[in-house]
Design a protein around this ligand. Structure first.
Ligand SMILES: *Cc1c(COP(=O)(O)O)cnc(C)c1O
Length: 840
């Protein structure tokens, strides 16, 4: 707390006043726009750039508008922190290696309720709003769902006026830019900070020092210590405003950048991969140079290990300092602080908080352990074994020996408790141990996170169930009270109000605008599904959005799509378990059907794919190549014109999702059942009135429950059936016995889609036939096509389609991240709203 903000909060009377009295007298309304916008904008435009007005371009105009908006919210941003300091409520801290924010300008303008004013100014100043908004790069500080969830949570926490803060890393390079050449993915670095970012505020006064036991270098992805030298890094915080809807609360996302103290002593390293190339010289700064571009494999790279510790060490030092500035007694930490760990990435928080409580607060072990467990909570995001983090024990030994000491003592006590409760069960002891024995001893980060926290949650009912009964069953048996579910959600502000104004207006016209902050109200749309007039309005809005998307696509890529065709989408990271390949097999089969039977009655369809593959994930890259070649072949076949079209949209990101999802008719959520923890794009599609064709996996199960299974197109094996058939499943049986599947595969393997690149799709044959089809594409293809036939047939009946789509929107109320955050706040954090008080 700076002295200046102390002074501001001092204007609110001290002493014993009840919260409601305070609120009555000092509670703030929305930020008022003082009518100084013109002056602000022009001042920023000219003086920030020291440039003549007529020489300013779109980029300068964007920066000037963004800075004006920041000026408008800055007083409220200060008052928010002042209020938290004054009221001293329990605060929630969300620790995440990823925040996939996307753009901020239009979001902040919307949440501040400034849309009309900004439009007015744009007209007065002859600013083309749309092209100006395009100037803002996506803040792509995340890979996919996990990072986007963190961003949606920030929006909900601010909107619900919760005293909360996000902590992350300020990567200089976010998720790579994807381009497609000859059908193959190419990666380019995402230098999103090339231009100064107008939203961030550097806070060098809040710098923290992070000590490491030794200097080190990184060689071929592994970490090598340089003998006996200790070193430290500086963490410089960069704050970004998080504006709640209605502009009452402005919370903070604090991102750490690494810097070197004067005596810094790191050496060069190189590892020849994507990350290594960007961080070729290991200076202190390279610790936060680049986001690791893989969200499903833990590659065990040294730099990532340091990144994770750096996030934890900076954030804990910062929040403990804030706690200490208001509270004398360390024992009250769990009454004032709740820390949520977004996956195991920040789970070094367990030993780090113990270190602080033992070595800095000088508490005894039992007291420190009790405080640590009560303060921390852990969210698991995946059941994929390759994603579970395990770090070599020697890295802790070399870099963080004190943390290792603490981890080993935690483990000693844990295992002694296990032996106490399950005498003679050494298998259980081995499975629950935080240390994995073997040639290379490893620390199991999930075990550490579960042991050191009071709450472990999965992100959809099925996922939490599998976590409890399969993945970490031993822990659930020993500590059943720690396990719970928090089904994910997405913010309806960004994903409906902002992304789909035509549908948003349609909804508001029908049920009022209460849904924006209370999304359960969309269930008032249910009776309107039977209202012919409303269906017409709904269909008109969807069509207008499709036309808008088609126009954008034409103007940016030259490609033409028919807005009267079914827009059928699968957009997400490319991964075998998400089964983009199953979708492609469906399209090959439909293509075969149309080739053999040109008179077939089938609605015209446009299939959209988008998604990035991890740079080292070769098979995922072959899948991208296949989709592109499929698109090219179908495009080159005149018989398919007006019937089938396939488009792979490059560089999937939040901004592209915001354009495409509102224009979609069909959402593909077709992961092998039991492998998608929750999914969140499934929810974005649902609230935008798309119909889902999908497997019974993740949150899709709960979505179908909410909307009614009769309004969903579910198919395929259940998670139980997948698990039970693992031992005897044989893809060859399907190849031999299902003629349609066989012709589709034969067409691919005959190089029909790769005439000039023979053999390029051999890896697909390998995966699907020779190596057992681990994700069971061939088991599900028939029922996928059957569901597809029903779905496609329904499209001919526009009103019946609209009825189902409206019932989907009406059933999507549960999938607002406001509901998710209300559950975290009430059941895990015990954090309550703390409305901002305005100094008089
Ligand atoms: C929502 C979102 C995701 C998550 O998609 P899933 O289908 O749930 O994997 C990934 N990337 C972006 C850009 C998103 O907006």
């Amino acid at each position: 707390m700076s002295e200046k903000s102390m002074a501001a909060s001092a204007k609110v009377p001290a002493g014993k006043v009840t919260e409601s009295e305070l609120l009555k007298q000092y509670g703030c309304g929305p930020v008022q726009f003082a009518g100084t916008a013109n002056g602000l904008y022009e001042r920023h435009l000219i003086f920030d750039n020291v440039i003549a007005l007529e020489k300013t371009g779109a980029r300068e105009r964007f920066e000037a508008i963004a800075r004006s908006v920041r000026d408008v919210l800055s007083q409220r941003w200060i008052s928010t922190e002042d209020t938290y300091h004054y009221v001293n409520p329990k605060r929630a801290y969300y620790l995440s290696m990823e925040f996939l924010i996307g753009r901020s300008l239009s979001n902040n303008v919307t949440n501040l309720l400034l849309n009309d004013i900004v439009k007015q100014i744009a007209v007065q100043k002859h600013i083309d709003l749309l092209s100006m908004l395009e100037q803002e790069p996506d803040a792509g500080l995340g890979n996919g769902g996990l990072g986007r969830l963190a961003a949606c949570f920030l929006d909900s926490m601010a909107t619900m006026q919760l005293p909360a803060m996000g902590y992350g890393l300020r990567y200089e390079y976010g998720i790579f830019k994807q381009s497609i050449r000859d059908g193959w993915q190419h990666e380019q670095p995402d230098n999103w900070l090339r231009h100064p970012d107008p939203w961030e505020v550097a806070r060098p006064q809040d710098m923290v020092e992070v000590r490491l036991n030794c200097s080190f270098e990184i060689c071929g992805g592994s970490l090598r210590a340089i003998n006996g030298q200790s070193s430290s890094l500086l963490g410089i915080p960069f704050d970004r405003p998080v504006v709640g809807y209605g502009g009452k609360t402005v919370n903070t996302l604090r991102l750490w950048a690494a810097a070197a103290p004067d005596y810094f002593d790191f050496r060069r390293f190189s590892s020849g991969d994507f990350v290594g190339a960007l961080a070729e010289t290991l200076t202190a700064e390279s610790v936060t140079r680049v986001l690791y571009p893989d969200d499903t494999t833990s590659m065990g790279q040294g730099l990532r290990f340091i990144q994770e510790y750096f996030l934890v060490a900076c954030s804990l030092a910062d929040l403990v300092r804030r706690f200490r500035s208001n509270n004398a007694d360390w024992n009250t930490l769990p009454e004032k602080v709740a820390i949520q760990l977004n996956d195991t990435h920040p789970s070094m928080a367990v030993p780090e908080l113990m270190r602080i409580l033992l070595d800095e607060a000088h508490l005894g072990w039992d007291v420190a352990w009790n405080i640590t467990q009560k303060t921390l909570a852990y969210t698991n995001h995946t059941l994929l074994p390759e994603a579970l983090e395990k770090w070599p024990l020697v890295w802790f030994e070399r870099l963080l020996p004190r943390l290792l000491e603490i981890i080993l003592e935690i483990n000693r006590r844990l295992l002694s408790d296990v032996r106490g409760q399950f005498a003679g069960d050494e298998g259980r002891v081995e499975r629950m141990s935080i240390v994995e024995e073997g040639d290379v001893r490893k620390i199991r980060m999930a075990n550490l996170a579960i042991a050191g926290s009071h709450s472990t949650n999965g992100v959809a009912a099925i996922h939490s169930g599998l976590l409890r009964t399969v993945t970490v069953r031993d822990f659930a048996e020993m500590f059943p009270e720690r396990f719970n579910n928090k089904t994910n959600g997405v913010t309806p502000r960004r994903w409906l109000l902002l992304a789909n104004p035509m549908l948003a207006n349609t909804i508001t016209g029908a049920i009022g605008d209460g849904w924006i902050t209370d999304f359960s109200q969309v269930d008032k749309l249910k009776p309107l599904a039977d209202d012919k007039g409303f269906r017409e309005t709904f269909l008109k809005a969807k069509r207008a959005t499709k036309v808008q998307f088609a126009d954008w696509l034409k103007s940016t890529s030259g490609q033409t799509v028919d807005p009267d065709s079914i827009f059928d989408c699968q957009v997400k990271r490319i991964h075998e378990y998400k089964r983009q390949l199953l979708n492609a097999l469906r399209i090959v089969t439909l293509y075969n059907q149309l080739r053999t039977n040109p008179g077939l009655d089938m609605a015209p369809r446009t299939f959209f794919f988008a998604g990035k593959a991890a740079p080292a994930y070769h098979l995922a890259k072959v899948i991208i190549k296949f989709i592109n070649n499929l698109a090219g072949t179908i495009d080159g076949d005149p018989a398919m014109r007006g019937r089938l079209k396939v488009i792979f949209l490059p560089d999937y990101c939040v901004s592209l999702a915001e354009r495409l999802i509102p224009a979609s008719d069909v959402s593909n959520q077709i992961s092998t059942a039991g492998y998608e923890a929750s999914g969140t794009s499934n929810m974005k599609f649902m609230m935008n009135g798309a119909l889902t064709i999908g497997t019974r996996d993740g949150a899709t199960i709960e979505m179908a429950e909410e909307a009614g299974e009769e309004n969903f197109f579910l198919f395929g094996l259940t998670a139980r059936q997948v698990a039970d058939s693992r031992s005897w499943y044989n893809p060859h049986w399907h190849y031999d016995n299902d003629a349609e599947t066989r012709s589709a595969l034969d067409l691919i393997f005959s190089d029909y889609f790769s005439r000039y690149e023979p053999g390029v799709f051999a890896p697909l044959r390998n995966i699907l036939l020779n190596r057992g089809d681990y994700y069971m594409h061939l088991a599900d293809i028939k029922s996928y096509l059957e569901a597809d036939r029903r779905l496609c047939g329904l499209y001919a009946d526009r009103h019946e389609w609209a009825r189902k789509a409206i019932l989907n929107v009406a059933g999507s109320g549960k999938f607002s991240s406001d509901r998710t955050i209300a559950e975290y706040a009430g059941e895990i954090w015990q954090v309550r709203p703390c409305p901002v008080l305005c100094p008089v």
